[in-house]
Structures are given as structure tokens and as C-alpha cells.
Design a protein around this ligand. Structure first.
Ligand SMILES: Cc1cc2nc3c(=O)[nH]c(=O)nc-3n(C[C@H](O)[C@H](O)[C@H](O)COP(=O)(O)OP(=O)(O)OC[C@H]3O[C@@H](n4cnc5c(N)ncnc54)[C@H](O)[C@@H]3O)c2cc1C
Length: 507
């Protein structure tokens, strides 16, 4: 067995989809008897939609969800309407935040796996793990108590905040819990303009209404007011909170899911220990501000899956696996910083946070629609389109790099439109920009020798992402590994020799 995937939340399902696409031998198990029914994460970011498009599931996700086009910010004494994601999202086929419940996202990913003959083994928990040389002997326990030991070359811990893989591998999970308790419900709301996110800010804190669609029309998220009993979350309590913020305009009814929870901000000390890897909530948890949690987990998975699969197939050196933590741990830390900042602004009880909410926000918010230069980088960051691995070990800039266009380590933008779809097949993709006569087969031969089934070649003519003759190698997860100007492929050959093992060197 190449890989045991522990956990079939969004992270584990995405990882399984990629392992399947790259031909790894793996199993995926989940302790829970059935799929999650609660909505939980409710927004899919543009980068996640792009990344999942390679599996052919994005159209289904988009059809099931609703793109939110605007934010209505209800401030003390004024209201501001902000377009959501209206700028700075050129170069993507999905320039919107898709509101869709996590249960639906998991359903779509699960159906994709089923259609490809990959069963999710539910009611099966990882109960023990022992290192045996380079392998892991994993003890699996079924709901009926039956046990099985499975030897896996690698174990992917996609088993959430209380990860058993993390504990069994001895990896620490440092951080803190925020003092506030949050109340959440999926329900129907009368009196709100549909299709918009409604955010109410006051000195007391913040109240959100998110358009959901299924399993209910809306999600309400609020801080538990000081002095409110710790008992269950009731409709009257939520209505009292809503009344305080909306002056009675929003009428709540028909809750289908209510919960109260504390929020933690924690990160794994390492993303790997021997054969064990961590991804998703097992590696980082933080506030839901900015809808980053599930999305970051899916993108961890899509950074890891192809690396595991290609190493197991003998098509990449073991060293490739070291690049997973090097690339994804900084992203996890950046997401924790961003969400902590947003969370502190929205909920802090200190004078600075209250001043920011009640005085600064009303002054600055009306200016925001007019300041595309400010909104652009913020939207790109929240959309996770700004994530790059320029400083990672897989990014190499060759001679005479193009003055404009994507650089080594950048995500390949969908420019011109359709370029991402063209490079979605599970392989490395060699982009050759400039006149076709610059790219005769003989010139490519040394790079492709023994690697023709691993590298797809695209002669783009003048419809490439760079203005002049240039070439780049796109990794299987859609980020550029190598970029150089001109048509001399010597540097690219050295890059391929390092990271892509020709067939004759395979096991
Ligand atoms: C109330 C709530 C609201 C949220 N709202 C948002 C939001 O608005 N936006 C956002 O981005 N995120 C939100 N999140 C966070 C989001 O749900 C998580 O980031 C996301 O679920 C992480 O996915 P994951 O696959 O990494 O982990 P999980 O979804 O936790 O999946 C882990 C899986 O592992 C399984 N498992 C655990 N232990 C074992 C074991 N020993 N053996 C086998 N299987 C095991 C579990 O059964 C589970 O299915 C919310 C979370 C909660 C609880």
C-alpha cells in the first residue's frame, strides 16, 4: 500500500482524488459512520474552484452554490454596500466567492471518488501507528471492534483538529483558544436582502448573515453575549441577538442546525514526521474569518497528493516530499496571521478594537468601493489566488526571465482564458511561448527523453502568458516550477533531471 489517507473530510477527499488521478495505490478511511451533514465551512474560494476544476467537479459545485456578489456592511449610523470580488480577479475563470455548504462540497468530492471506484471506508478509525523502517504499520479499528494492521509507505493525516496521526507521530500543536464563544445556526431569515452577505458591526461585536441555499437559506454567526447562559443555542436567544444588531428587522425561523463553539488558533510544529504527513485542520486551525479553513486544507492536499503519488511511482525523488512542508507551512502561518487580525478587529473587547469598529470603520468603509488599488490585493489574498511558492525549493528561475508574466513559484493564471484547462491533466506541463519554429522536436528531446508520459508539451505561439519567447514548466498542481526566457532549454533540462525521474530510473 502506497498511502493510507486518514480522514474523509474535504482535505482527505481532495487528497484521495489527486492520488487517484496520479495512479497511487491507496486507501481512505474515516472514523465516522457516514458523511457529515452539518454545513460547517460555507464558502469555496476562487483558487479552490480552479484547483478542483482538474477533477471535473467545479461545474457541479458552482451549479449547487450561490456566488455572493456584494457585502452589506451595517455600521453604527450608516450602511455601506461593497462589491465582493469585483476587482483584482483577472486571470481566473471563477472570480467570485461561492457560497456552498461543506456537506455539499464533500458530497461532490465523494461522488467523484465513487464514480472512479474509490470507496471511502467509513466507520474505520486509525487506532495505532508504529514505525517499521521507512514504513508505518497502522492499526485500523472498525466500528464493530474488528482490527486490521496495514503497512503503508506513507500516512496522510487529514483527520482534523484532534488528529490521531498528529498525536501518534508525536507532533505538537501549539496555540491558544480565543475567550469568546460563538453561536451558529443555519435557518431561514425574513427581512434581509437576499444574495448578499450582511455584516453588522457595533461596539459590542459583530453579527454575520451569510446566504447559504442548502440546508437552509441563511447562516447566522454571532458572539455569545456576556451573561448569556451556556446552555443550548435556542431560536429566542438568537432572535434577541439579531434584534440588538438589526433593530428588529431580521426575523429568524426554522433552524436546521445550531451549535456553539470556541475558536482556536493552533499550528502543527511540523507537517511531516517520517512516513506521516499532516494536512488541513490536522495541521492548522484558526478563526473562520475570511473562510480560509477548508480551502487551505484542500490546497494542502493538492500540494501533497501528486508528490506522494509520483514518489511512490518512482517518477520523482523522495526529496520532493520535503518540499511539502517548505511550501505549505508558510501558507498555514500566513492564514493564521490574517484570520487572527480579522478576528481581533471583529470581536475584540479592548478600546482599540471597539474604536476601530465604531469610529474608524464608518469613516473608512465608504472609501473602499473607490479604492481598487487597496481592494485588489486584499481580494486576491482572501481568494487564495495570491498564494505562491517563489521562495520554495521547487521554484527555479532560469536565464533571461521574462520581464512580465508569471514567475517561477507563481500559480499559472488563466491567461489567456483556457490555459488552466489546457494544463489540467495530471502531469507536468511544458509551456513553450513564441514562434513555433523556435521549438523543433529535436530541441525538446533531451528534456523529454524517458519522460514523455510525465511531461505534456504545449506550443502556445503568441498566446502564452509571457510577452516574448519564453518557456516554463508547470507543476502538476498548477504552479510554475521553472521559468526562463528564450529557447535554450539547458536550465530546464537540469531542473527536470533533479525533479522528474525518467522511466528507465523507475523502480
Ligand atoms: C461550526 C463550524 C463552522 C465552521 N465554519 C467554517 C467556515 O465558515 N469557513 C471555513 O473555511 N471553515 C469553517 N469551519 C472549518 C472547516 O469546517 C474545517 O476547516 C474543515 O472541515 C477542515 O477539513 P479537514 O478535512 O481538514 O478536517 P475535518 O473536516 O475535520 O475532517 C476530518 C475527518 O477525519 C475523521 N477522523 C478523525 N479522527 C479519525 C481517526 N482516528 N481515524 C479515521 N478518521 C478520523 C473525522 O471523522 C472527519 O471526517 C468550520 C468548522 C466548524 C466546526
Amino acid at each position: 500500500m502506497d498511502v493510507l489517507v486518514v480522514g474523509a473530510g474535504p482535505t482527505g477527499l481532495a487528497l484521495a482524488a489527486q492520488l487517484r488521478a496520479f495512479g497511487a495505490r491507496f486507501r481512505i478511511v474515516d472514523r465516522a459512520p457516514g458523511p457529515v451533514r452539518e454545513s460547517r465551512a460555507l464558502a469555496v474560494q476562487p483558487r479552490t474552484l480552479e484547483a478542483l476544476a482538474g477533477f471535473g467537479v467545479t461545474d457541479d459545485l458552482v451549479a449547487r452554490g450561490s456566488p455572493a456578489l456584494r457585502l452589506r456592511l451595517h455600521l453604527p449610523r450608516r450602511e455601506v454596500r461593497l462589491p465582493l470580488f469585483d476587482t483584482g480577479l483577472a486571470g481566473t475563470a471563477y472570480p467570485f466567492l461561492l457560497f456552498l455548504s461543506q456537506a455539499e462540497t464533500e458530497h461532490v468530492l465523494g461522488a467523484h471518488l465513487r464514480a472512479r471506484g474509490v470507496p471511502v471506508e467509513r466507520g474505520t478509525a486509525l487506532a495505532g501507528l508504529r514505525r517499521r523502517g521507512p514504513y508505518a504499520d497502522c492499526l485500523l479499528r472498525g466500528a464493530d471492534g474488528r482490527e486490521e494492521t496495514l503497512r503503508a509507505r506513507y500516512v496522510a493525516g487529514c483527520d482534523g483538529a484532534h488528529s490521531a496521526v498528529r498525536d501518534l507521530a508525536g507532533i505538537g500543536f501549539e496555540g491558544r483558544a480565543y475567550p469568546q464563544t460563538f453561536l451558529l445556526a443555519d435557518l431561514e431569515v425574513d427581512g434581509l436582502e437576499p444574495g448578499a452577505v450582511h455584516t453588522y458591526l457595533s461596539g459590542a461585536g459583530v453579527l454575520f448573515f451569510f446566504p447559504l441555499g442548502a440546508p437552509a437559506g441563511w447562516r447566522i454567526l454571532a458572539m455569545r453575549p456576556p451573561g448569556a447562559p451556556d446552555a443550548e443555542v435556542t431560536l429566542p436567544l438568537l432572535q434577541r441577538i439579531a434584534d440588538r444588531y438589526t433593530a428588529g428587522r431580521a426575523r429568524l425561523r426554522d433552524p436546521v442546525w445550531t451549535t456553539a463553539f470556541r475558536i482556536h488558533d493552533r499550528g502543527a510544529a511540523r507537517y511531516r514526521a517520517g512516513p506521516c504527513f499532516l494536512a488541513g485542520d490536522a495541521a492548522h486551525i484558526h478563526s473562520p474569518a475570511g473562510a480560509q479553513g477548508m480551502n487551505t486544507g484542500i490546497q494542502d492536499a493538492l500540494n501533497l497528493g501528486w508528490k506522494l503519488a509520483l514518489v511512490c511511482r518512482g517518477a520523482a525523488p523522495e526529496e520532493l516530499l520535503e518540499t511539502y512542508e517548505a511550501e505549505r507551512a508558510p501558507v498555514g502561518r500566513a492564514v493564521r496571521r490574517l484570520t487572527d487580525l480579522a478576528f481581533t478587529f471583529a470581536t475584540g473587547r479592548g478600546p482599540a478594537a471597539r474604536f476601530a469598529r465604531t469610529r474608524l470603520a464608518p469613516l473608512l468603509a465608504p472609501l473602499v468601493p473607490r479604492t481598487a488599488a487597496v481592494r485588489r490585493p486584499v481580494f486576491r489574498r482572501v481568494a487564495e489566488l495570491a498564494v505562491h511558492y517563489r521562495r520554495g525549493p521547487l521554484a527555479t528561475t532560469g536565464p533571461r526571465p521574462p520581464a512580465r508574466g508569471p514567475r517561477a513559484g507563481d500559480r499559472l493564471p488563466d491567461l489567456p482564458r483556457g490555459l488552466q484547462a489546457r494544463t489540467a491533466a495530471p502531469a507536468w506541463h511544458l509551456l513553450l511561448a513564441g514562434p513555433p519554429h523556435r521549438w523543433p522536436d529535436a530541441r525538446l528531446a533531451p528534456v523529454l527523453d524517458g519522460r514523455t508520459d510525465l511531461i505534456a508539451v504545449h506550443r502556445l505561439g503568441d498566446r502564452g502568458p509571457w510577452p516574448d519567447t519564453a518557456h516554463g514548466l508547470v507543476r502538476p498542481d498548477g504552479y510554475l516550477g521553472y521559468v526562463a526566457g528564450g529557447a535554450d532549454l539547458a536550465g530546464l533540462g537540469a531542473y527536470a533531471d533533479r525533479w522528474i525521474l525518467p522511466a528507465e530510473e523507475m523502480d
